[in-house]
Design a protein around this ligand. Structure first.
Ligand code: ADP
Length: 453
């Protein structure tokens, strides 16, 4: 019994830094709100960590958008080309065809020219398969990396994230890179109308069905959010009328050290071994690319302390990336028995006892819960800002959400919702799964742009 008590102490000591109290979450919300203001104000913007990038999207859909469009979705695990037909809402609304292409590591970490040539090759293949040659369709390019935009159809890549590192792209206009590749590959069957961040696509896609949707959120490989801000608060741009969607690039929250007091040694370890150390610190505590890694590091530590797996670490557990975030979803699933958890661990070469499986589940729950709670602090900061912008005591708002982690994790969405409610009781926030933001959303942005052009 004494040994057990001692073990429990060790476990608690390791997991304690992951526990978020309401006070801590309120503090994170306050700091996010502070970074939002820094990013919006002209004087402080050059030093902003949360970049608050204008997207030149000035309105959510009104349902009157029409036409045929192509869309590209680049920014995560896969690359997709889509064809979208936007028709009358009660005659089928938005219809789509799409094809997913693999993005080999040598492409995403090769040269920019290779990357964009590959993209155009995929477009060509898609057009041939769907008899779209010669149609010269307007195209919306969903490109989910931070870009500085000066117009809807231009964007200078600020930095790669999420494992991308193709050379010769940072500092360049990615729409120009795409257009140049189209010329090289002799494909003139499309023209680029809009560069779209996936958060904006997510908000727009949801906004087509729900006019209260004025926030977009992604929790997938990475995490990011956007929302409709008042033009008068966007000091970087002239004009005080109306609104503009702001791509927050909130994954970089914390890169100035403002979250250091809540990060754990495991977060630091994951960050140090990533391809962008010191960058995207908030994202690294929340998104799919990292949660599995955090859990893996905690499991190693617990094993070293002889609390887990009889003190024996397997080669697989010792290997970066071999504990993917989808394991958290399986292990935390309420319907999965301990035997099945054991089978997952066995696959990793780990011999587990019943106590081991319970503890592994506790670690997963602790790490994913913190992720959802931290994400909620960000959303609370955003919806409170919108409420104050409008001088309202009470705000009813919808957040369009996308991303595999949000979709498939058994508890992430629930914890997120509950925590937002606790942190922002003045706001009635509906989290709504967005249906194909990158495809449908990009098409809608393109459609709106074509309509008003
Ligand atoms: P992206 O954000 O790049 O468009 P996704 O939304 O598909 O891509 O998210 C991919 C991320 O989702 C990966 O980092 C992966 O770890 C995570 N993921 C995949 N399957 C699951 C799952 N079942 N549960 C939780 N996370 C998952």
């Amino acid at each position: 019994a004494q040994r057990l008590a001692h073990q429990r102490q060790l476990i608690d000591k390791i997991l304690e830094p992951f526990i978020m109290t309401k006070a801590k979450l309120k503090e994170v919300e306050k700091r996010m709100r502070n970074e939002i203001e820094i990013g919006l104000q002209k004087r402080t913007q050059p030093k902003a960590i949360v970049r608050m990038l204008p997207t030149f999207v000035r309105a959510t859909p009104n349902g009157k958008e029409r036409g045929e469009f192509l869309a590209l979705d680049l920014g995560g695990t896969n690359f997709r080309v889509l064809y979208t037909h936007v028709g009358i809402r009660n005659e089928g609304g938005v219809q789509m065809k799409s094809k997913t292409f693999a993005l080999p590591t040598e492409i995403i970490q090769g040269t920019g020219q290779q990357l964009f040539d590959h993209i155009v090759n995929c477009i060509t293949e898609f057009q041939e398969e769907n008899n779209l040659q010669g149609k010269r369709l307007p195209l919306g390019f969903t490109f989910s990396f931070p870009c500085k935009q000066n117009s809807l159809d231009q964007g200078i890549l600020i930095s790669w994230t999420k494992g991308f590192s193709a050379s010769g792209c940072v500092g360049e206009d990615v729409v120009r890179l795409l257009r140049e590749a189209a010329v090289r590959r002799k494909n003139s069957d499309f023209y680029v109308i809009a560069l779209v961040n996936d958060t904006v696509g997510t908000m727009m896609s949801c906004g087509y069905d729900d006019p209260a949707c004025e926030v977009g959120l992604i929790v997938g490989t990475g995490t990011n959010a956007c929302y409709m801000e008042e033009m008068k608060n966007v000091e970087l741009l002239d004009g005080d009328d109306g609104q503009m969607c702001i791509n927050m690039e909130w994954g970089a929250f914390g890169d100035n050290g403002c979250l250091n007091d809540i990060t754990t040694t495991f977060d630091e370890d994951v960050d140090n071994h990533s391809i962008n150390p010191g960058k995207q610190r908030y994202e690294k505590m929340i998104s799919g690319m990292y949660l599995g890694e955090i859990v893996r590091k905690v499991l190693i530590k617990l094993t070293q302390q002889k609390v887990l797996f009889g003190g024996k670490i397997s080669d697989k557990l010792n290997t970066t990336g071999l504990f993917p975030t989808k394991f958290l979803s399986s292990i935390e699933s309420d319907t999965l028995g301990l035997l099945q958890v054991r089978a997952i661990l066995a696959e990793l070469g780990l011999k587990s006892t019943c106590d081991d499986t319970v503890l592994v589940k506790e670690v997963c729950t602790t790490v994913s819960r913190r992720a959802a709670q931290l994400c909620a602090s960000g959303i609370a900061a955003v919806v409170q800002k919108i409420r104050e912008n409008r001088g309202l005591e009470h705000l009813k708002i919808t957040v369009g959400v996308d991303g595999t982690l949000y979709r498939l994790h058994p508890h992430f969405a629930g914890v997120l919702k509950k925590t937002v409610q606790m942190l922002a009781p003045e706001c009635e926030v509906t989290l709504r799964l967005s249906e194909d933001g990158s495809g449908k959303g990009a098409a809608l942005i393109t459609a709106v742009a074509c309509r008003v052009a």
